[in-house]
Structures are given as structure tokens and as C-alpha cells.
Write a new protein. Structure first.
Length: 347
């Protein structure tokens, strides 16, 4: 299953009515829980491949909903897990089990989960499809990653399918033989020193969510304050770690007639290069408190801005004023245009 905001893959693996969920995303807990219940499965545990920096884990919230245990690597330093995993441990579900292989490098606590019989492996951010995770924070170490991939992953059978935690091009799986031959960073005859030189000179910007994600994931996604357990029934919403309900752009486009779309940008932005959603009402954030009377309380409201920050503030303001059918548009007009949805004006 895919989370478009962070390009994260979450994997549901089941046998005999029992299941484990690998790398759940906080905002997708409703989706994951619905699928698990629909399939009649018991979620035994959520498994983290590492302490993520680009999204908050859904492990804690899934435990509240479904009673699943939280399992993380002991070396990752997270608190609040039900099981701290060491190299060589096994996690059982039904008649199957995953073996835990320590594969540090992207972070100091990365692990790879290998299905019994070495029939498939889930590599997290250690080994991606034709790539690998970065090594410049959270105790990352290029030399350790090189050894992890070469000794712990490439030692699996050639035809063993590999499933990464992320992909940014829509690819979903690879194999040991493919990556050993074609991975431009870790395959072929590339040496450890060559790999380390490359990784130490990437100069990448830090993930946008790192300041929120890492502290939250070090607590296994523990959410402070009231828990939004009841799901709204007016739209397929997800809740983010700040407790704000969000709705996907595609749904908004298809149901624009049934909601009030409130654009809280400035007028120059509303008519600027990004344009605006057809039918949207312009109420700049600074004017919202004085103009709430223009909005109907019995019709759902979707707030939108450039990237989702100001509109999240608008949702909080409207909630405090007594509006209850509210949702933010994550990614705002930038994401709306990137996904090729219909807009008025702009370029």
C-alpha cells in the first residue's frame, strides 16, 4: 500500500488469519485498519524497518485500534515498543515467520525482514530499487551500509524478491540478482571506498518532516492529547499526527459540489500562477475570523492554501468556532496542480 505524501510503501503480510504490517504510516491508519478488518485478519504486530524521518509511524494508533504489538529494532533507540528486536530474532504470524537481519547504514537501527525460507525480504531504506537510503543523519554510515547490503542482502538467493520502504518512480519490487547487477551505487564491482565517497558528497536537503517525524517515531508514534478514533462519515478522511483531518485531492475534485472549498491564500495567490480550484471561495487566513459567518455549518468545508500549512491553521480556527465537518487539503494547490487536476486560472 502506498502513501503519496511520503512515497512510503506499507506491506501487509498474512498467513492463517494472522498478519503483520511493515512500516505503517500515521495518516493511512484508517485505510490499513479497514483492509485488515475487511480481510478478517488479526493484526499480530506492526514492524518498523527503522526510525523514519519522512513520516510518522502508525504503530501506536494501530495498537489503540486493533491491539497489535509494536516491534522495532533495539538499536534504533525508540521507546514504548512491545518488543525490541535484535539481529537473528523471529516474528511469527500464522505458520510463517520473519527473520530479523540487522542492516545498519541508512540509520544505526535499520533492519531487513526476511521471510522464512528466504522467499522475500523487506529492505526498508537500506536498499531501494536501483538506489539506497541516504547516510548523513541518525547515525548513518556509508561503510556500514555497503557491508549490510553486500553481506546481509546480496547473500540471499538471486531470485529473492526485495521490497523497499520507498520508491519515487512507481516501481514496486526488485530482486537480489537485479540489484547486484544493476544498482548504480551498490552493484557490480563498486568498492566500499567508491560508495562512501559518493554518499559523503550527496549534499541533500534534510527531509521536510524530520523535526516532527523523528521525535514522534522515537516514541513509536505516540499521539499526545485526544485521540481521533471516530471516523467522519462524510468523506474518506485520514488524520495527520497533529490531529487534523485530511482529504485527498482526487476526492475533492469529484465531490466539489458537496463541499465548501475555502481558499485561505492572499488574493494575488488566488489569481496567480497556481490558479485556484473551481468554485473555491477566497477568504484569506487573516480575514477568516471576521468572515466565518459567510460559511454554512451544515455543509462540509475543505480548506486549501499553497502547500497545506495555512489551511491547517484555518481548520483549527474553524473547529474552535464550532464547525465540525472539516478537512485540510494536504499539499495544497501545489499538489493539486502536480496531480493534473482541474483548476481555474494560473499557468
Amino acid at each position: 500500500m502506498f502513501d503519496p505524501a511520503s512515497s512510503t510503501y506499507t506491506y501487509l503480510v498474512a498467513d492463517g488469519g494472522e498478519a503483520v504490517l511493515i512500516d505503517p504510516v500515521f495518516e493511512q491508519v484508517r485505510r490499513d485498519a479497514a483492509l485488515i478488518e475487511e480481510l478478517g485478519l488479526t493484526l499480530v504486530a506492526t514492524l518498523e524497518t527503522h526510525v523514519h524521518a519522512d513520516h510518522v509511524t502508525g504503530a501506536w494508533l494501530l495498537k489503540q485500534r486493533l491491539g497489535s504489538a509494536i516491534a522495532v529494532s533495539r538499536a534504533g533507540g525508540a521507546k514504548g515498543a512491545d518488543r525490541l528486536l535484535d539481529d537473528g530474532d523471529r516474528i511469527s504470524f500464522g505458520m510463517r515467520s520473519f527473520g530479523v537481519r540487522a542492516t545498519p547504514g541508512h540509520t544505526g537501527g535499520c533492519v531487513t525482514y526476511v521471510l522464512d525460507g528466504e522467499e522475500m525480504a523487506f529492505t526498508g531504506d537500506c536498499l531501494l530499487i536501483r538506489g539506497c537510503g541516504r547516510t548523513d543523519f541518525q547515525d548513518g554510515d556509508p561503510a556500514a551500509m555497503y557491508r549490510s547490503v553486500r553481506e546481509r542482502i546480496f547473500s540471499l538467493p538471486d531470485d529473492c524478491p526485495l521490497y523497499p520502504a520507498h520508491d519515487y518512480r512507481g516501481l514496486t519490487a526488485t530482486s537480489v540478482a537485479e540489484e547486484r547487477r544493476y544498482n548504480p551505487r551498490l552493484g557490480g564491482a563498486l568498492s566500499e571506498s567508491d560508495f562512501s565517497l559518493t554518499m559523503n558528497n550527496l549534499r541533500l536537503a534534510h527531509p521536510k518532516q524530520i523535526d516532527v517525524a523523528v521525535p514522534a517515531n522515537l516514541k513509536c508514534g505516540l499521539m499526545e492529547g485526544p485521540i481521533p478514533m471516530a471516523d467522519p462519515d462524510w468523506a474518506p478522511l485520514t488524520v495527520n499526527f497533529a490531529g487534523i483531518w485530511e482529504v485527498e485531492p482526487q476526492w475533492v475534485e469529484e465531490n466539489a459540489h458537496a463541499v465548501q472549498i475555502v481558499d485561505v491564500r492572499e488574493p494575488v495567490e488566488f489569481t496567480g500562477p497556481l490558479g485556484h480550484i473551481r468554485g473555491a471561495v477566497l477568504i484569506p487566513l487573516g480575514s477568516l475570523a471576521a468572515r466565518m459567518g459567510e460559511l454554512a455549518k451544515d455543509k462540509p468545508i475543505v480548506a486549501v492554501c499553497k502547500s497545506g500549512g495555512r489551511s491547517a491553521q484555518a481548520v483549527n480556527m474553524l473547529k474552535q468556532a464550532g464547525f465540525d465537518k472539516l478537512a485540510n487539503l494536504p499539499g495544497g494547490m501545489m499538489r493539486w496542480r502536480q496531480e493534473g487536476l482541474d483548476a481555474e486560472g494560473g499557468e
